[in-house]
Ligand binder design. Structure first.
Ligand SMILES: NC(=O)c1ccc[n+]([C@@H]2O[C@H](COP(=O)([O-])OP(=O)(O)OC[C@H]3O[C@@H](n4cnc5c(N)ncnc54)[C@H](OP(=O)(O)O)[C@@H]3O)[C@@H](O)[C@H]2O)c1
Length: 253
């Protein structure tokens, strides 16, 4: 039986990945801070689900999580936990931003490296780092730290994917770069989407299709693919101004 390890499985995209892998007969290892939700998921999936309560903003808990799964064979790792925050950089909370960088980047990095080394020794496996379309734009005024944190995820993933190909490794790594997805993300980030969001179900279905095709950068929906394709030809200053205008709309609603 194959095992899927998913962080941030208590809601949204991570929870949907858990449902999809369970339906494919995978054993699950799920994490999140909300113990009640993890308990519900364990009840739902039964003995083939291991739940680990952990706060990934704490580096020592990230390292402990790696020790907790050290004896497990992991076939798929969905490095998904993350959150956003909006507002003008002059006014946003430093503590919240530090926590965001810790979860979106430090925890993502620690777990990516730990599980990658494990899979490299195994000789196979797949890792999906959940980034965002935000990580493919040059910058995102009024959501500046979130955009920067996700640029880290896309850059790191693409570099490591290249290194693995150079070594002829069968381990596959990719990053998921969706636009707006209807999850609890908005409540946490305290924003309203300026663009219409897709369902977590559609996001995950398109992502799994991209993983089957071994794409390194997976962008759900044709509309977002097109937007990200054409942004390459736009002057960077103009693009940053346009992104800023969209982000500002979110916080003004
Ligand atoms: N929704 C979107 O529009 C969108 C678009 C592009 C990318 N993304 C990315 O997709 C990923 C999943 O987000 P989502 O949209 O599914 O949002 P969500 O519904 O808010 O889910 C976020 C998940 O991350 C976990 N998490 C957050 N902080 C954590 C912490 N300190 N320690 C451990 N777990 C933590 C949450 O679990 P607990 O609260 O139980 O800890 C939850 O399971 C994120 O990386 C996000 O940046 C989302």
């Amino acid at each position: 039986m194959k095992t899927a390890f998913i962080t941030g499985a208590t809601s949204g995209i991570g929870k949907e990945f858990a449902a999809k892998f369970a339906a494919q007969g995978y054993r699950l290892i799920l994490t999140g801070r909300r113990a009640d939700r993890l308990r519900q998921l364990q009840e739902q999936y039964g003995p083939e689900c291991r739940a680990i309560v952990t706060d990934l903003s704490d580096e020592s808990q990230c390292k402990k999580l790696l020790r907790d799964v050290a004896d497990e064979r992991i076939d798929v790792f969905i490095n998904n936990a993350g959150f956003g925050a909006a507002g003008s950089f002059l006014e946003t909370s430093l503590d919240k931003e530090i926590s965001m960088v810790k979860v979106n980047d430090i925890a993502m990095h620690i777990l990516f490296k730990g599980i990658l080394r494990k899979m490299y020794r195994q000789g196979n496996g797949s890792i999906l780092n959940v980034a965002s379309s935000a990580g493919l734009f040059p910058a995102g005024p009024y959501m500046a730290t979130y955009y920067a944190s996700k640029a880290y995820v896309t850059s790191l993933t693409r570099a490591v994917a290249r290194e693995l190909k150079d070594r002829g490794s069968r381990v596959y790594v990719a990053c998921l770069c969706p636009g707006p997805v209807n999850t609890e993300f908005n409540d946490v980030a305290d924003v309203t989407f300026a663009l219409k969001g897709i369902s977590a179900e559609q996001c995950v279905a398109e992502c799994l299709d991209g993983m089957k095709k071994k794409k390194t950068v997976i962008i759900p929906t044709g509309q977002m693919k097109l937007a990200l394709f054409f942004q390459r030809f736009a002057p960077q200053d103009l693009l940053i101004r346009m992104v800023g205008r969209q982000q500002k709309k979110k916080i003004q609603r």
